[in-house]
Every structure is written in structure tokens, then in C-alpha cells.
Unconditional design. Sequence first.
Length: 433
Amino acid sequence: MINVEKGTNLPPYGGGGQGGEAPSLSLLELNALVRRSLEQCLPDEYWVQAELSDVRSNTSGHCYLEFIQKDPRGNSLIAKARGTIWANVYRLLKPYFEEATGQLFTSGIKVLVRVTVDFHELYGYSLTVQDIDPTYTLGDMAMRRREILMQLEEEGVLTLNKELEMPLLPQRVAVISSATAAGYGDFCHQLQNNPQGFFFYTELFPALMQGNQVEDSVLAALDEVNRRRNEFDVVVIIRGGGATSDLSGFDTYLLAAACAQFSLPIITGIGHERDDTVLDSVAHTRVKTPTAAAELLIDGMEEAAGHLEELVNRLYQSAFSRFEQERKKLSLYKSRIPSQAVHKLAEARLTLQATGSRLSRAVEVMLAREKYRLELLQNRIADASPERLLKRGYSVTLKNGKIIRDGSVLRDGDELTTRFYKGEVTSIVNCKS
């Protein structure tokens, strides 16, 4: 029911004004009534918890935004109000909030603001921001970080990158940073001018390091590095300088999950001394500045060089010790050579004498055996000689000096010689018909 102030001259409802009918109001009059009612009912300032949406400012320095509240169970909107921060408040409130929280004053963050309730006849209901409490947003940001880290831990990927072994010689470095960042220049200068003269190969994979596109930009750079992961030893994500409020882009789940599961060790140097991001928590190693990241790599090379130098010294000492041992052995062997030579010569002499004696006896036995065999052969030859056969009564018939073995070859008139043991006779062949 609407109560109309006394004395207000209003035409009757429907323009008629017949008795008892309720008076009618113009829209402007109704809105004015609503405004006065709100001013009377809600005259104070109120602290309101809400999420920022559609934050924008104009050339006059005023900030216009929406405050929303979502259903935690379904993420659907359950409340919404238009908000305004006038320029004289906004120019103080924005830097104060961002410096205190390290978070941009932008859509998507939860805030605790002190507001007055306003109603304008033309623009309707709105909240005018008078103040903000950064500690509320800090608590919400910390809670979101914890939730992201808990989710990564539940998925079993939180410490995967930390568990990778840092290469002994981290010389091939993929750098994710802005090409114009002073920190990138400091990082490269530090590596190239290290006192030990170590060589480093660096390649920049450009990415935005502040603003709303940090997540997408860094993820794209990581994808490019991953395609060429065999060409690098480590990945360095550096930022160098800039407002603390720009760190919010490194507190996202997708970026943290990608870095936690990356196949190369990731070194981060994106924050300030007192700021830790979710990305810092999942990276293999976190340092404060790009220069510190370069020093970490140089220290790694120096440690490897020191270890190598230690190995060289140990090798030298081992070789020298072995050389001394062998020299002593050689000297000992050298001192033993004369006595060993005499001993070996005496042994050889005895062996030679024994061998000579055995050889002599063997030769005598062999000669006796061969003499006996020759005598046997001589007797067998003597028994088979023609003279011995003739002496036994045999004779030999010859024709023209050749022995006749077949009588069919003889012809009449052939002259034959028959030889006996003693003497010989000549005969003429006479073949009878």
C-alpha cells in the first residue's frame, strides 16, 4: 500500500476523480516516492559482500560496475545491483585496493564494499561505493589459491614439476616473458656476463605478463616450448617490475596445472619479495627476480664445474698414485732382474744338460735300432741276389743279353746263352715241326 504525502495535488485514478477512488501517480512521482522511501528506510552506509562484474570507467574518471551474487550450488545469479564509484573516490580507492591485495580491481573478484543505497527516478536502484576493505578480498584470494592447490594435490600433479631432476648443465634456456620487459634484459645480461664465462643459449617465447590475457598468453608459450622440448634444458618464466596487482594472472588453475605437469623444470621469477602465486607453488624452483633466476642457473653451472674440477683432481691424484705404484713395481722388478737372470740361466743350463744327456741316449738307441734293421735288410737282399739263386742250381737264359721269360718268343736259329753258377753255354734254337 502506498502512502501519499498530505497536500500532494494528484489527479484521481483514471483521470475521473469520482468519489472514493484512489488517486493515480505518474511514473516519475512513483519513482520519487520510492527514492524518498529508500532514503528514509536506508539512510546509513552498509558493508556489502559481492562479486564485481562489468567493471568499466569513463573519461571523467567515474567507475560503473555491477555487483552480483551467485548460487554456490549452481553458480546461477541470485542477486544483482548496479554500482557507481565517483571519480573523487575511485582515484583513491583503486590504487589503494590494488596495492594492498596485489589484485587488479576488475571483474570476477569478490569484494567487501561500503555503500549507500540510492534510487534515481530515471536510472533506478544503484549502490554508490564509499570505501572498500582489501582484507576481505585477500582472504578470498588466499582461499582460491588454497582451493587450486588442493585440487592439484587431489589430482596427484601438485609436485610433479618439483620432482623433476634439474639438469647438471642447464645451458639451453627457454624464456617466457615480454620482449620489452626490463627484467628480461637484466636476465640475459646477467647470463651473458657471468664472471666464469659460462655459455648459455636462450630463446624468448613472448607472452603478456600483465592484464587479463596473462593465462592464455603464457599457456600458448608453454605449448610452443613443449613442441620443442628436446631443444631445451629448463624453462624460465620471468616478469620483472610491474605492479603487484598484475600477479593475479598467475593464480589460475589451468596455468598452474600446465606448469605442474610440464616435462621440463620450470623456474619462476615473477613476484615480489612478499608475494607468492599459485604458479610459484607448483614450479620446480621459485626465485624473487629475473636476476635471481639467472644467478640460479649460473650457480648450477658453477656447481657442475666445481664437481667436474673435483673429478679431474681425483683423476689426477688417482693417476699419479697409480703411476707411483707402477714405478715402484718396475724398480722392484728391475732390482730382481740380475738374480732372476742368473737363476733362470742356471735352470736353463741344467735343463740343457739334462736334455743333451737324454738326446745322446736317444740317438744311441735309435742308431742301434737302425743298424739292426739295416743288417736285416742286407741279409734279405743278399738272399734275393741272382748269384745266390744260381748257386742254388738255378740258371738264366739270355737272348742278345736279355733274360728270356717266355719260350714262345723264340724262333729257329736263335742263339741263346745259358748262364750257370759257374760258367755258361751257348745253344741254337731248333723248333721241331
